[in-house]
Design a protein around this ligand. Structure first.
Ligand code: AIR
Length: 445
């Protein structure tokens, strides 16, 4: 394959936040970016060179799109692997349809891990009513029934604690092919994000320590606070997996750390990953640039961490009582805010994230929680949302009235909630000091 240099065109199937950050990094590097996604003004379309508004399943539109680009990649597993197989007969496609086929079906993924002797939790296939009992004999409760396809962020899965409960869950999921997995008694959730180039070169990002809330990633702390031998084992598992898949691009391996320091593989994501968002701001090369380098046949960038960091996801729930208080967050110079440009804020929907760069990873999680809370403290009275549908999604489009004032006016500094003083990361330049650039944190309310 020829190397694709800046000036070439990258086609991304899917236009959510991952596509957006790929597009941002790609455009910075001088690539043209095309995005295919059904939603008008989706997050990636807002920053891409061109957007084809189409369902990911519309073969004709997808093929027309692919004809306009030099290399194709995905930002969601919801792309059909069969369509990807058609695409790759005529166009460089990374990751490959084989990898996607394997990863987008939980059972196939589990069987692949088993065949390659990777450690994982006990599991069993559930394909019909009769297999529920067999599955319950093989997998101890508590367990999780997960649809084989199309689930992410806890969607399409139900935790079960008895056979009756399992029967109910099976009905609730629509009696579709599923997998029953034993709940792993983990003490910590970890992930390894890595990039593998076309030539097999690998760059590992530092091990990430993750916390979830309601099955959705809440925070990532890097470096993970684990002994070196745990880190080395996690890296070894991730590298072996990337090699076993003959992977090209960025991928993430989610892991559970058990009490005895055993590691189990939870799942593999064949794309940049939410737990790798810290790289976009805290590492020399972000996971997004790294993915583009890999799929374009270039050497990989340096994945070193420049500063310890905590990433916090910003979910749609934060918008419920009005716009979050970005002024409370942005008062801190060590914060990097990313908002994805989504126009509807649903409960549990990922709307953005922030990074807290720090020299003090021990305290950073508490500090990040304080900052997160500050976003909903002293919300201006009244909601600025124009509509709310039955799913609880709120539109972020202001009415004309609201555009003129009220809730949309940034509140003055006198309304800042008192926040603790956070130790600054040590910058290389002495002029970037807390005192000179930052207003005092303990502002009286
Ligand atoms: N995504 C893909 N797999 C898992 C996640 N979180 C990202 C992709 C996708 C977006 O989430 O960027 O396009 C979909 O987000 P939403 O809020 O529209 O469901």
């Amino acid at each position: 394959m020829n190397i694709i240099l800046p000036g070439g065109t990258i086609g991304i199937l899917g236009g959510g936040q991952l596509g957006r950050m790929l597009a941002m990094e790609g455009r910075r590097m001088g690539y043209r970016i095309g995005v295919l996604d059904p939603i008008e003004n989706c997050p990636a379309a807002q920053v891409a060179d061109f957007h084809v508004q189409s369902e990911l399943t519309n073969t004709q539109r997808v093929m027309d799109f692919v004809a306009q680009v030099d290399v194709v990649t995905i930002e969601t597993e919801l792309v059909s692997w069969m369509l990807l197989a058609d695409i790759e007969t005529g166009k460089a496609t990374r990751p490959s349809s084989c990898v996607l086929a394997l990863v987008q079906d939980r059972l196939v993924q589990r069987e692949f891990l088993q065949d390659h002797s990777f450690p994982q939790t006990p599991f069993a296939s559930v394909k019909d009513h009769a297999s529920l009992t067999t599955a319950a004999q093989r997998v101890a409760f508590p367990a999780i029934l997960k649809k084989r396809r199309s689930g992410y962020d806890g969607k399409g899965q139900i935790r079960v604690s008895s056979l009756d409960h399992l029967n109910e869950a099976w009905r609730e999921l629509g009696e579709v092919p599923s997998v029953l997995e034993a709940v792993a008694p983990f003490k910590m959730e970890l992930s390894v994000v890595l990039a593998r180039s076309l030539h097999g070169e690998i760059q590992l990002y530092p091990l990430a320590e993750n916390a979830h809330r309601q099955n959705i990633l809440h925070t990532t702390r890097v470096p993970a606070q684990v002994p070196d031998r745990v880190r080395l084992r996690a890296e070894e598992l991730a590298v072996s997996l990337a090699e076993a898949l003959d992977y090209c691009g960025v991928m993430a391996v989610e892991l559970f750390l058990l009490e005895d320091d055993t590691l189990l593989i939870n799942e593999v994501a064949p794309r940049p990953h939410n737990s790798g968002h810290f790289t976009f701001g805290a590492c020399v090369t972000s996971q997004f640039e790294q993915h583009l380098r890999a799929i374009c046949g270039l050497p990989l960038g340096d994945s070193s961490l420049m500063r310890p960091v905590v990433m916090v996801n910003l979910l749609g729930d934060l918008w419920r009582n009005g716009p979050p208080r970005w002024d409370h967050l942005l008062i801190h110079p060590q914060i990097r805010l990313h908002l994805y440009g989504k126009t509807q804020a649903g409960p549990g929907r990922k709307m953005g994230h922030f990074l807290l760069l720090t020299e003090n990873p021990d305290q950073a999680l508490d500090q990040a929680e304080t900052l997160l809370r500050s976003l909903t403290q002293d919300n201006p009275a009244g909601s600025h949302f124009t509509t709310e549908n039955s799913a609880g999604d709120v539109s972020l489009t202001p009415t004309d009235d609201q555009k003129e004032g009220g809730a949309f006016q940034p509140a003055g500094p006198e309304t800042h909630t008192a926040l603790p003083s956070f130790p600054m990361a040590t910058g290389s330049s002495p002029e970037y000091t807390q005192d000179r650039l930052r207003p005092p944190l303990e502002t009286p309310s």
